[in-house]
Design a protein around this ligand. Structure first.
Ligand SMILES: Nc1ncnc2c1ncn2[C@@H]1O[C@H](COP(=O)(O)OP(=O)(O)O)[C@@H](O)[C@H]1O
Ligand SMILES: [Mg+2]
Length: 227
């Protein structure tokens, strides 16, 4: 399968992609990553760190669907970190053409909510997702979930923005999103994760919860029994 990690602008997407890959691998899933962001930070993370869980292939091309997807081992969980959708809609279009699941990272703040739902410039991510249906074999957009990142435990903002996203904004007229109950906390240990060792408790726990939630929702393949 292919999971796409998306965001409209910088939101913690690469952090989430790498630590999700780490959690999936520790849960026993065969994982391969693709870096479709021209900054290539995920690829550099894998290159520089001993405990990064898998290979990362450079894949920052608007021909992702044709030239990268066709090379994948589809029995594995393939995880692609896409760049900012605001700046690289062509690459995100191509990723959405073939992804089975899209995880959209959003921070629960007004500027980041606005950049997701009504950017001053560029195409809203919801529109990219919707229009991908025209290019997909199923004729439907990929299943899409929102993962809130940089959540302050004591703040009311995560619950507020989760509700706005679920209910189509203040008017109910905007796109409605499925928001995961897993929230990635705002933590220094996570802030400094990209390019650093994965094996730290604060870099494991929220992403283990994320893997459990995705599995419970039926979004992950079953694990092969080893017995
Ligand atoms: N859970 C978190 N808590 C605090 N800071 C975070 C967290 N996740 C990411 N960050 C910070 O957010 C910034 C963007 O993260 P990054 O993963 O590079 O985002 P993107 O790939 O979306 O551009 C970085 O400065 C990183 O340190
Ligand atoms: Mg990034």
């Amino acid at each position: 399968m292919l999971i796409a990690s998306l965001k409209p602008r910088t939101m913690g997407g690469t952090t989430n992609t790498g630590l999700l890959a780490y959690a999936l691998a520790r849960a026993g899933h065969p994982v391969t990553c693709y870096d479709a962001d021209e900054s290539l930070q995920l690829a550099a993370w894998a290159r520089d760190v001993d405990d990064f869980p898998c290979k990362v292939y450079e894949a920052d091309t608007p021909a992702f669907a044709e030239t990268v997807y066709s090379t994948m081992d589809h029995s594995r969980i393939n995880l692609v970190d896409a760049g900012h959708a605001e700046n690289h809609p062509d690459i995100v279009d191509s990723v959405l053409e073939v992804a089975d699941l899209a995880i959209v990272t959003v921070s629960p703040t007004k500027p980041d909510y606005d950049r997701l739902t009504r950017p001053e410039r560029g195409t809203p991510l919801a529109k990219l997702i919707k229009r991908s249906a025209a290019l997909r074999d199923s004729g439907q957009p990929p299943t899409t979930v929102v993962l809130l990142n940089r959540c302050q435990a004591s703040s009311a903002s995560p619950a507020k923005y989760a509700e706005l996203l679920r209910s189509g904004g203040e008017t109910g007229a905007e796109p409605r999103w499925v928001v995961l109950t897993t929230r990635i906390p705002r933590r220094e240990g996570i802030a400094s994760a990209v390019g650093a060792l994965c094996d730290k408790p604060e870099r494991r726990a929220p992403y283990d919860t994320l893997v459990t939630e995705l599995a419970q929702m039926g979004h992950l393949p079953g694990l092969q029994s080893t017995s």
